[in-house]
Ligand binder design. Structure first.
Ligand SMILES: Cc1ncc(COP(=O)(O)O)c(C=O)c1O
Length: 456
């Protein structure tokens, strides 16, 4: 298994050939899921006492299994939050694996952690947070939000009178599902500011003043969103920051999707106030063109995260020795052993420069504006609200929810596009609508038009 032999050389050539073909293919086949039984029937037993051999396993993956997946970077994949890792980042993901670096502690990972930290410095600079703010790369936005919530909760419980209190978080109805899910993990309650649009300072203040004394005393954090997943809406970050300061609450900004837009001059003003946050989530695997998985959590005072997350064990004592000193990513988020998931991002930024990142993010925003214009010009279609960041919500006049579902499946089945419906709250309830989210700078006006034409 660990031999270096001719089979290894052949496998390496197969893998490199596949990787080169894949990353140079700008419009890979838009695969779709198959039933597990069907896949099993096509590939047979792959886990056997003697193994089926690298060549066969690779062939099954390349010829059968990959076709049952959706290439997330397809230019007409505009569903959920797509991704479009740069080719440099993808190649360096291979290098990251080949290098076998443990990314928890400086003692083992110094050179790699150095690279991650260089990329992190750029992210921190984009936020405008004060001197001393810093962060680490996580497996994604969910893990980043959880790491921040644990830090905030531990900070809250440092006060004697809070030690036995069940914590409570305030967020908006538009916040990502991971906020509620991670609140469950830390056994905290969640209170929602009900709003159709951005969470304003006034709405937050109103919510806080509506709480009874007991509940108000349990609130330890407010989570605002810097680009909602559904509509790209940025909450009133500056106003919310001031309220958090007045009420002594931890201010977390979930910019997992929207954080990339901090690089875009055209929309940067929407994020004013983010620099006052206690913690910020940004997912480079969303709008900063990293391969999966790569999230990031940034803290105004990293020391508070260290207090919350550092692990203890006799086998870890050496890490505290002066001879092993350095930045230890394991101390600032929930994971111990970790891949150096910021390395591909570092290589890509180092290769292309930050101006290219600016350009690529602006391109997603421009595509959303363009889609908005095409939608407005079509008699059958209607914008639900003006495009925000790179999200566009629109309706096909006269369509029922089933029409949207059938349209999604038909386009996917035909390998044309993956665009999924969403919902938007109206006075009458929730309306099913169509949604675009643009990330890939290779998406063209023609791609958008082709998709809109399928709604005629
Ligand atoms: C605003 C927001 N927060 C958090 C997440 C969760 O991120 P991840 O899927 O990387 O865990 C998402 C994912 O779409 C998101 O859009």
């Amino acid at each position: 298994m660990h031999n270096v032999d001719i089979e290894l050389v052949e496998m390496t050539l197969d893998v490199m050939k596949y990787a080169i073909n894949r990353i140079t293919n700008q419009s890979p086949e838009l695969g779709s899921p198959r039933k597990e039984e069907e896949l099993k029937e096509r590939v047979g037993e792959t886990i056997t006492p003697l193994g089926i051999g690298g060549e066969k396993a690779f062939r099954l993956f390349r010829d059968v299994l990959i076709k049952a997946t959706v290439p997330i970077d397809h230019p007409r994949h505009l569903a959920f939050v797509p991704a479009a890792p740069t080719r440099a980042a993808v190649m360096f993901d291979l290098v990251t694996s080949a290098s076998s670096i443990h990314g928890a502690y400086w003692m083992e990972g110094a050179g790699g952690i150095f690279c991650e930290n260089e990329a992190m410095r750029w992210l921190v600079k984009l936020t405008g947070m004060p001197e001393g703010a810093f962060g680490v790369f996580t497996s994604g936005g969910t893990a980043a939000n959880l790491s921040a919530m644990v830090t905030a909760r531990e900070y809250f419980r440092k006060k004697k009178e809070n030690q036995n209190k069940k914590g409570c978080i305030i967020t908006s109805a538009g916040a990502h599902s991971s906020i509620k899910a991670m609140a469950k993990v830390i056994d905290a309650d969640v209170l929602l500011v009900e709003t159709d649009d951005l969470m304003t300072a006034e709405a937050l203040e109103e919510k806080i003043s509506s709480l009874d004394k007991n509940t108000a005393e349990r609130v330890f954090a407010v989570v605002a969103t810097g680009g909602t997943t559904n509509a790209g809406i940025v909450d009133d970050l500056d106003g919310i920051a001031n309220i958090c300061k007045d009420h002594n609450l931890w201010f977390h900004v979930d910019a997992a999707y929207g954080g990339g837009a901090l690089a875009a001059d055209s929309v940067r003003h929407l994020f004013n106030g983010i620099e006052k946050a206690d913690s910020i989530t940004i997912d480079p695997h969303k709008w900063l063109f990293s391969p999966y998985d790569c999230g990031a959590i940034i803290y105004k005072e990293p020391e508070l995260a260290r207090t919350a997350h550092s692990q203890e064990g006799s086998y870890l004592d050496i890490i505290k020795d002066p001879g092993a000193q350095g930045f230890n990513p394991a101390n600032y988020q929930i994971q111990l052993t970790r891949r150096l998931r910021g390395l591909p991002l570092w290589y890509s930024i180092a290769t292309h420069g930050t101006d290219k990142y600016k350009w690529a993010v602006e391109r997603g925003i421009a595509l959303a504006v363009l889609a908005g214009e095409l939608i407005s010009a079509s008699p059958d279609l209607e914008l639900i609200r003006p495009p925000s960041l790179s999200c566009v919500l629109f309706r096909r006049k006269g369509w029922t929810p089933d029409d949207y579902t059938n349209w999604t499946y038909k386009n996917h089945r035909e390998g044309l596009a993956l665009v999924t419906p969403s919902k938007w709250k109206t006075k009458e309830g929730f309306e099913t609508v169509a949604r675009f989210c643009f990330i890939n700078p290779d998406t063209t006006e023609e791609d958008i038009q082709v998709i809109l034409d399928t709604m005629k």
